[in-house]
Design a protein around this ligand. Sequence first.
Ligand SMILES: Cc1cc2nc3c(=O)[nH]c(=O)nc-3n(C[C@H](O)[C@H](O)[C@H](O)COP(=O)(O)OP(=O)(O)OC[C@H]3O[C@@H](n4cnc5c(N)ncnc54)[C@H](O)[C@@H]3O)c2cc1C
Length: 393
Amino acid sequence: MSDRPIIIAGAGVGGLAAALALSDAGRYVVVLERAPALAEFGAGLQLGPNATRRLARWGALDRLRETATAPEAVDIRSSRDASVIATAPVGESEKRWGAPYFVSHRADLLSALVETATARPNIEIRLGCGLDGWQASADSVTVHVEGRPDIQGAALIGADGLRSRVRDGLGLATPDGPRYSGRTSWRSLLPASSVPADLLRPRTSLWLGAGAHLVLYPLRGASVLNAVAIVQDDWGDLNAPDFWSANGDAAFLASRFQGWAREARDVIETAPGWRRWPLYERKAVPTWSRGRVTVLGDAAHAMAPFLAQGAAQAIEDADALGRAVAAHPADEAAALDAYQRERVQRANKVQRASRIQGLVYHLSGPAGLARDMTMRAIGPAGMAKASDWIYRV
Ligand SMILES: Cc1cc2nc3c(=O)[nH]c(=O)nc-3n(C[C@H](O)[C@H](O)[C@H](O)COP(=O)(O)OP(=O)(O)OC[C@H]3O[C@@H](n4cnc5c(N)ncnc54)[C@H](O)[C@@H]3O)c2cc1C
């Protein structure tokens, strides 16, 4: 086994999860994060059992449990009259899929991962260290860090998100780069005092309407209601400001929810402010690794959020990477090849399914009515069965 560290670019969910998995494989890990601090930003994330099972294995789930909520169910509602079209019984997640289904504030998930990582002597997180390129040879990788000395590693993992420098350097597709999905995502956190008690029950509601949908769930002991609206939208400025700092025009958003049931419009109108973010995907590619360098998480497979699986797939990547490195302790290139062989097909399948789910969610007119009728017929058991392929893994 090499005594050089494995270097991870990016301390998001994917990079921190990879650090834990590689630490479990007995490796020394250096995580380079461009941001000067791990900011307390974000909003809610749904974490399916395929994610929480792995968090438990790394010892991060108990920390997350302190702040996360386990919803009883996901109610899919009609935008026309608020009626429940279908219910996904995610409250039975432990029984059916062997691990809980949580909703968490993204900052709480990051804190749980960081606390778990900093308790490990073989993980080092270096903030304010942006990767600025690398050179790989047959037996090592030299990573260039903005304004700092180079670092030598045994392998480089690009967990540097949607606009991954590592992916750009690997040249995995031509042309490549983030692809605008034609939709924007709007996020807000409403104080509990401003929403009806019914919306603070531990249930997620997913409202479907023409060209838009809305997801609501309480977070942090029901002290806030997390609201995410996704709408078809022309805006696709690649140089848009950071996800969490781009303010959205509430009047524009309200115009997209005209004609929706009163309960949904009330949430849109009472939210204290919205962040707007164009949704991008990365092209699905057949290979992620070249020699000692690979990508993971959004850098590998940024996907539409309609199955709430982006972070979960990053966590699955991290787990597969850790196992591959443990299985090939003396050959990092072989490990990265084994990692991509395990992961590419599944992640690309989830990415494709997320895109299709988006088309289904936003149907209008007779097609939307047909969707509602089909969902009503499926029932809770059918809804759970439809998720088996994602959650059972
Ligand atoms: C609206 C919306 C809702 C979503 N809901 C869900 C959900 O419910 N469930 C779910 O599982 N997923 C969800 N996702 C997806 C999820 O948020 C992402 O897939 C996940 O956060 C990706 O994690 P990551 O670590 O790959 O990338 P990121 O979180 O983007 O982290 C990348 C990190 O790399 C750092 N970085 C970037 N460049 C460099 C560099 N050159 N050098 C060093 N560091 C660098 C960045 O600062 C950042 O910290 C949602 C996404 C959206 C947009």
